[in-house]
Ligand binder design. Structure first.
Ligand code: NAD
Ligand code: UPG
Length: 333
């Protein structure tokens, strides 16, 4: 333990979907938090009252240095970035700039300020199309789109920086994040929704006429793609556990974040029907380019490394919380 153990945590991207849930989890643990966000996809209202919001760019080193000093930052949690896979294919350089170049500036600012703890939002997209399930962290990383590459390059910068400087990090490779805060304090708000459960929620609430299943001819049990869905509040708790790990002097780690259990698209939609009590309007469409048939996390390493016990590892809870949040959003519009 060092003297800076209870230092303030800077959460970049803390006005976004996942970052805002992590801010809540940190606050629930009595931690001091500051958010840095440019509000490009995030919302001011997602930052709880009493949490300072530094409105600006995560690549702005002068702003970072000033924020670190002003708020006594001891750990950086880095969520800020661009996340839409097809957009990354169309605008690769924009993704490398926002996700890789700006992460470089942030990591460099941390080294210059002597900030020694860093927690990074990575993604299962670094694995590409893995051949075997479950996917453990030893699986070769072969991203198949610029989004995955842009995040993997940041992992590499962290690995090499940790070898050369006094900085330890945890990179969490998220599988499919879904659901909303059980207390209704935050949830997903997307300009352009792409995630399955979000789109299902928009369909249930009448914002879309129907949902399209992207392909039912995959080599899986029911022909639709299989994913490992993790509740956003469990993911948030994993970040708090990663913080405790680093504060206790733990080594740098790269950890999958999922439950180790996969559900097909059809199984997810059957759960939506069960929760609402009526059939969701949907049809089978063509495959979406770049979708791997099945992604399920190997979770042995996170289980043995972090003091983390998922509390919402249940598809019904995930779907129900996403629907409750969507209903609130619709009423607010
Ligand atoms: N949502 C998922 O399923 C998923 C899966 C794997 C990894 N991730 C990673 O998790 C992180 C958070 O994703 P999310 O789903 O909450 O997305 P989000 O778009 O809701 O949040 C991103 C936040 O970062 C902010 N931001 C973007 N660029 C910025 C910049 N240059 N400077 C300052 N702020 C900036 C946005 O305003 C937003 O508040 C991302 O790094 C993403 O790659 C998400
Ligand atoms: O309208 C829709 C939307 C999605 N799907 C399918 O649902 C599954 C899940 O899709 P989605 O929710 O878009 O998530 P993924 O494409 O699996 O990607 C998410 O999960 C990855 C990790 O598994 C992360 O790397 C990505 O950042 C994150 O967007 C896929 O088979 C899609 O083809 C549909 O059938 N119809």
């Amino acid at each position: 333990m060092t003297t800076s153990d209870n230092a303030t945590v800077l959460v970049t991207g803390g006005a976004g979907y996942i970052g805002s849930h992590v801010v809540l989890a940190l606050r629930d643990q009595g931690r001091a938090v500051v958010v840095l966000d440019d509000l490009s996809t995030g919302r001011r209202s997602a930052v709880p009252a009493g949490v300072p919001l530094v409105e600006g760019d995560v690549g702005d080193k002068a702003l970072l240095a000033d924020s670190f000093a002003r708020h006594g930052i001891g750990t950086v949690m880095h969520f800020a970035g661009s996340i839409v896979v097809p957009e990354s294919v169309e605008r690769p350089l924009a993704y490398y700039r926002n996700n890789t170049v700006k992460s470089h500036a942030l990591i460099e600012a941390c080294v210059e300020a002597g900030i020694g703890r860093f927690i990074f939002s990575s993604t299962a997209a670094v694995y590409g199309m893995p051949e075997r399930l479950p996917i453990d962290e030893q699986t070769p990383t072969r991203p198949i789109n610029p989004y995955g590459s842009s995040k993997l390059m940041t992992e590499w910068m962290l690995r090499d920086t940790a070898a050369a400087h006094d900085l330890r990090y945890v990179a969490l490779r998220y599988f499919n994040v879904a659901g909303a805060d059980p207390q209704g304090r935050s949830g997903q708000v997307s300009r352009v929704a792409t995630h399955l459960i979000k789109i299902a929620a928009q369909t249930v609430t009448g914002q879309r006429a129907e949902l399209q299943i992207f392909g039912d001819d995959y080599d899986t049990a029911d022909g639709t793609c299989v994913r490992d869905y993790i509740h956003v509040s469990d993911l948030a708790d994993a970040h708090v556990a990663a913080l405790r790990h680093l504060e206790a002097g733990g080594a740098s780690e790269v950890l999958n974040c999922g439950y180790g259990r996969g559900y097909s698209v059809r199984e997810v939609l059957a759960m939506v029907d069960r929760v609402t009590g009526k059939p969701l309007p949907m049809r089978i469409g063509p495959r979406r380019a770049g979708d791997p048939p099945a992604l399920v996390a190997g979770v042995e390493r996170i289980g043995r490394t972090l003091d983390w016990t998922p509390r919402h590892a249940d598809l019904e809870t995930i779907v129900a919380s996403a629907l409750t949040w969507e209903e609130r959003l619709v009423k607010r519009i």
